[in-house]
Design a protein around this ligand. Structure first.
Ligand code: GLV
Ligand code: MN
Ligand code: MN
Length: 408
């Protein structure tokens, strides 16, 4: 029994999916719960049904596509990722994990192989956090990290809630999130960093991921005339935001690598050339593999925001939108990935994830592992993100072998 991944079919599916929300420089814009996300979800559902899967949608919009096993009572072995993207994202971040799952099912169908436990492919809702700031909303609710009603009431910059957006695209399902127990969860993903490429290795067996603290910050000052108000009298929230941004960048440098802090989203109001910005909303994303360090970083970030706001006469509101602890993946799942590599004589290395993933949430409720493949120059969250068809197929083959071994 040998089910073999079809490299060209996997590549073709990724390229077809990437046509939905395609951007001029070869990336995708498939913001969570947008019309592009809906079209990509519809296509995935069509392909999964054509491959013999049953589709179910839960109340936070996660899509589950099940390939039945011959033991109907067994918990499924699950794989997946996300098909939403950054505003200027790449073709592979997330999409690869979902398409790799689909290719696993197609390859098993071709080989006429039935597993004991069912296999399941998931598209998790809003992994990226580009629209509702939080990120990993679907997997977070599924795993109990986030309350369903809180998640449904999160709103985007226009005031549209997750609940409204789910209804609008027709993906507000009826099954309760978390009601499907998993035998195991494996997620394939591009590395999004330079390590595997530099090592010349096609596979990273992911042993864990760093933690995050993310904040939504609002500075309130006073709108004013750009031509008449003397500099000394201004309460300019964009100047305050700029000072905080520079101070946080300097703060990150005082910690040892891999400490990172990013101000990635800024909304200036009223955003007019000749009005002093009286209100600015921005995000802070901080990460480190060690919880104690994360806590110290959070205290430093809070102090910096408080001090600068006070000195500039600005009102500060700071909400933690994500507090995710560092994750260690399940030794059994990590080993299943290593064994799959060894059995096909595929070279691999253990690796840590700098990015957050749905797998980091699912690790709390099911034995979980991840498979990384290299991406060109380590570039991700960028339209130019690229990966080799060969490596993507190798990752999917390792995924297939690990899933089949665990499913029996
Ligand atoms: C997801 O892409 C993240 O790491 O924030
Ligand atoms: Mn991703
Ligand atoms: Mn991403």
């Amino acid at each position: 029994m040998n089910a073999v991944i079809n490299k060209d079919r996997l590549w073709e599916s990724l390229m077809q999916l990437a046509e939905i929300g395609a951007t001029p420089k070869g990336g995708v814009c498939r913001i969570s719960l947008s019309d592009e996300d809906r079209r990509a979800r519809d296509l995935f559902c069509t392909w999964a049904r054509d491959a013999g899967c049953d589709i179910r949608i839960d109340a936070i919009g996660n899509i589950f596509a099940r390939r039945p096993g011959n033991d109907a009572a067994a918990a499924p072995v699950v794989t997946g990722s996300h098909i939403d993207s950054q505003p200027l994202g790449g073709k592979f971040d997330g999409a690869y994990g979902v398409m790799a799952g689909l290719e696993v099912v197609r390859a098993l169908n071709d080989a006429g192989i039935e597993t004991a436990a069912p296999l399941e492919i998931v598209d998790w809702t809003d992994e990226e956090g580009a629209r509702f700031a939080a990120g990993c909303i679907g997997s977070g609710v599924f795993s109990g990290h986030r309350d369903l009603n809180d998640a449904l009431s999160l709103s985007d910059a226009e005031g549209t809630t997750v609940a409204d957006a789910l209804r609008e695209i027709g993906y507000a399902g009826d099954i309760a999130p978390g009601s499907i127990p998993f035998k195991a969860y494996f997620e394939a993903h591009i590395e999004q960093g330079p390590v595997l490429e530099a090592a010349g290795l096609p596979i990273g067996t992911v042993i864990g991921a760093q933690g995050q603290r993310c904040f939504m910050v609002t500075l309130t000052g006073v709108d004013g005339h750009a031509g008449t108000l003397p500099m000394a009298k201004r309460q300019d929230t964009f100047v305050g935001t700029a000072k905080i941004t520079v101070a946080l960048s300097e703060l990150a440098a005082t910690y040892d690598p891999p400490a990172v802090i990013t101000v990635g989203h800024v909304r200036v109001s009223p955003n007019s050339r000749n009005t002093i910005p009286g209100r600015t909303v921005f995000t802070i994303d901080s990460r480190h593999p060690d919880t104690d360090v994360l806590q110290r970083m959070e205290a430093d970030i809070t102090r910096i925001c408080t001090d600068i706001a006070k000195a500039d006469g600005l009102e500060l509101q700071m909400d933690a939108v994500t507090r995710a602890e560092p994750v260690a993946f399940d030794p059994g799942c990590v080993d299943a990935v290593r064994t799959a590599c060894r059995e096909r004589q595929i070279r691999f290395m253990d690796i840590h994830s700098g990015a957050g993933h749905d797998a980091c949430k699912i690790a709390a409720v099911a034995p979980t592992g991840m498979i990384f493949v290299p991406c060109e120059d380590g570039i991700s969250h960028n339209e130019l993100e690229s990966a080799r068809a060969e490596d993507l197929a190798t990752g999917a083959q390792v995924l297939l072998d690990a899933m089949v071994k665990v499913a029996g």
